[in-house]
Design a protein. Structure first.
Length: 290
């Protein structure tokens, strides 16, 4: 199987230059539906990563139980509370409310820190079925689809799945599911599958396969995946095609991690450091020196 390497040249080829006469809508309005009681950090990292990657407007819909925390922590994103159950996780009504904010969205992220439960699964299904733009599904959004793969086949929106090995095995219902299964799954469902690992692989529905070349062991910390999801959300919202956004997002995320490892060290670097390093990686695409 032919495999395309994702490297700096790949990123250079797909990151669009900014034009002088532009305003925020030119860089995409994106929506993140993330967070639950106990998992506010995941929503924070995802939303802030989208801001740091250049989105024009980032909107976060989060359960009303944790809205005060995230509204206080986030300055740039617009934060709205949506309905949730007593356990502090989004429910079906919350999903419908979130979709009401998706009218101008160019991409939607579902999953970071949503938590697990029957209500979550129903909410994720409603979000996928109601989406009119590309949807990135991460973490508990993927867990919510386990046993409900038919939801992927029924949505009209392009979908990017970003599982690690455990999440993908649960999604497939197969122990130790790996790259062969990911390739098959992409073809069967029409979703782009980004399988996170030491050297992340991206599988397109048409059979194309890509291998990321950036990243290091210091990124193996809770929250790093949420940063990746927010990066991909932003790139989709800025007009990259789903496969391009997944590949470019993987490389950009890893390159930011490599900067952190060199500056701070693998042991002490954090997802918060990744957020600060993303703009440094993207600085090469400035229109000029100001």
């Amino acid at each position: 199987m032919h495999e395309t390497l994702i490297d700096q040249r790949y990123l250079d080829a797909v990151i669009p230059p900014r034009k002088p006469e532009t305003y925020k809508d030119h860089y995409g309005r994106v929506l993140a539906v993330c967070g639950s009681r106990g998992y506010t950090g995941a929503a924070f990292f995802a939303a802030q990563a989208a801001v740091r990657t250049g989105s024009g407007v980032v909107t976060l819909c989060t359960p009303e139980a944790v809205y005060p925390v995230l509204a206080a922590k986030l300055n740039e994103p617009v934060v709205y509370p949506v309905a949730c159950g007593g356990e502090g996780r989004i429910n079906a009504e919350g999903a419908r409310q979130a979709l009401a904010y998706a009218g101008k969205a160019k991409a939607i992220l579902v999953g970071c820190g949503l938590g697990r439960g029957a209500g979550t699964a129903e909410a994720v299904a409603l979000l996928l079925q109601g989406a009119k733009c590309p949807v990135i599904v991460d973490a508990d959004g993927i867990n919510a689809l386990a046993g409900h793969i038919d939801v992927l086949r029924s949505t009209s929106a392009p979908v990017i799945l970003t599982p690690h090995a455990g999440e993908f095995s649960r999604l497939c219902g197969q122990a130790d599911a790996g790259e062969r299964e990911a390739r098959r799954f992409a073809g069967q469902t029409g979703a782009v599958v980004l399988l996170k690992s030491h050297r992340t692989a991206v599988f397109a529905p048409d059979g194309r396969q890509f291998r990321n070349t950036s990243g290091n062991p210091g990124m193996a910390k809770g929250g790093s995946g949420d940063v990746l999801a927010g990066i991909i959300l932003s790139l989709c919202g800025q007009g990259l095609q789903p496969v391009e956004a997944a590949c470019a997002g993987a490389y950009l995320h890893g390159a930011a991690g490599d900067r952190c490892a060199n500056a701070i060290g693998e042991y002490g670097m954090t997802p918060s450091d990744l957020l600060g390093a993303v703009p440094a990686v993207l600085r090469r695409y400035n229109t000029r020196e100001w």
